[in-house]
Design a protein around this ligand. Structure first.
Ligand SMILES: [Zn+2]
Length: 163
């Protein structure tokens, strides 16, 4: 456990929920997604994705989320930071399907979505398990993890069944 890590109320509240972790490709097919580019400030995020955990950085003083992660809190200017596990749940805020140029590593154009996380900030990700035409604003989604080249994983979101 990293110094400064604290169990958050969010973690406790959602710890019983299991995100969907099924791979999006058959095991025999090598992943074609590009791996994440991990700079020092965001290495913790991608390392957690490899463990199939969605995490974020919070200020160690005022406990507001810092997203994207950065060295100094924009609210109180503290350099303290803590990493907390998120619920992995959210709602679709907006979405597009890029057509040209064709995104590298995808057989079909992916749905790129802005997900409003339950924790109150937004994350750009891909939406899977739903046709582009069936995506609706406010659709409840939960995180899963898709394999990439170089044996890494990236978060993707899928509709919550029965929501
Ligand atoms: Zn702060």
């Amino acid at each position: 456990m990293a110094p400064g890590f604290r169990e958050s109320p969010v973690t406790a509240e959602f710890s019983s929920r299991k995100p969907m972790n099924q791979p999006t490709h058959p095991a025999s097919a090598a992943p074609t997604r590009l791996p994440p580019v991990a700079t020092l400030d965001i290495k913790f995020f991608w390392d957690a994705c490899d463990r199939e955990e969605l995490v974020a950085e919070r200020c160690g003083e005022c406990h507001k989320f810092r997203f994207p992660p950065r060295p100094m809190c924009p609210h109180c200017h503290s350099l303290k930071r803590e990493h907390v596990k998120l619920s992995g749940r959210g709602k679709v805020y907006s979405w597009i399907r890029p057509q040209h140029p064709m995104p590298v590593g995808f057989a079909q154009p992916p749905v790129v979505a802005l997900i409003e996380l339950d924790e109150g900030f937004r994350l750009v990700s891909n939406l899977e398990g739903v046709a582009f035409e069936d995506v609706r604003p406010g659709m409840a989604v939960e995180v899963g993890f898709a394999p990439t080249m170089k044996n890494r994983k990236v978060p993707v979101f899928r509709p919550v069944q029965g929501a």
